[in-house]
Design a protein around this ligand. Structure first.
Ligand SMILES: [Fe+2]
Length: 203
């Protein structure tokens, strides 16, 4: 997976190793359930590939992977009936669901690094400032959260939900590309578009 980077101690670390160490760390923090969740693992794998494509430093790659695994941990604190409702949500229900980034970040152990907490809190922020919970935009959103936002949206589109079917891979790629500069950081989308898993699907 991805390119190989040299760490400060002369060893080499690849994306698969970063993901494995993030899974291990999340388990030790008590997040075994999310470390085994197929959506979280899928988001982490795509997010890590984007981070590698952007050539971000190794510590940030780890934050991206661990943050991606933990991003929706706040959903465990929501009313599960609303979360699994097989239809559109009303305003109150949507507002309730939108508390999960803030609730998740607040629920993390205090020992978790702030860059990982930032992914949990800010993965639904948008580049144009119209996201939540803080309505911050552009580079005010931590890079690790901007990366995970792209991976989360892409992965979610490939999965069935109670209220809609999965979209095709090609459709999902197109939707991400269309959302550059509005929902997503254009640089993260450019990196996403270069990945082997998506480059051949671009229309
Ligand atoms: Fe989320």
């Amino acid at each position: 997976m991805g390119d190989t980077v040299t760490t400060g101690v002369g060893k080499t670390t690849q994306g698969a190793d970063v993901l494995a160490s993030a899974v291990g760390a999340v388990r030790t923090w008590g997040g075994t359930e999310v470390a085994d969740d197929p959506h979280a693992l899928g988001v982490a794998a795509v997010a890590l590939e984007i981070a590698e494509q952007l050539h971000v430093e190794l510590s940030l790659r780890f934050a991206v992977a661990a943050g991606a695994l933990l991003h929706d941990i706040g959903k465990a604190l929501l009313d599960q009936e609303i979360l699994s409702k097989p239809g559109p949500l009303d305003d109150d229900e949507r507002e309730h669901v939108q508390t999960h980034p803030e609730a998740g970040a607040a629920a993390l152990p205090t020992t978790i690094p702030s860059c990982i907490r930032a992914v949990v809190r800010s993965h639904h922020e948008r580049w144009d400032g119209r996201g939540y919970p803080d309505g911050i935009g552009s580079t005010a959103i931590p890079l690790e959260a901007r990366i995970v936002a792209v991976a989360d949206a892409f992965q979610a589109m490939l999965e069935d939900r109670p209220y809609r079917d999965a979209r095709t891979r090609r459709d999902a790629v197109d939707e991400v590309l269309r959302s550059a500069g509005t929902q997503f950081d254009p640089a993260c989308v450019r990196a996403f578009a270069q990945l082997p898993r998506t480059a051949s699907l671009r229309s």
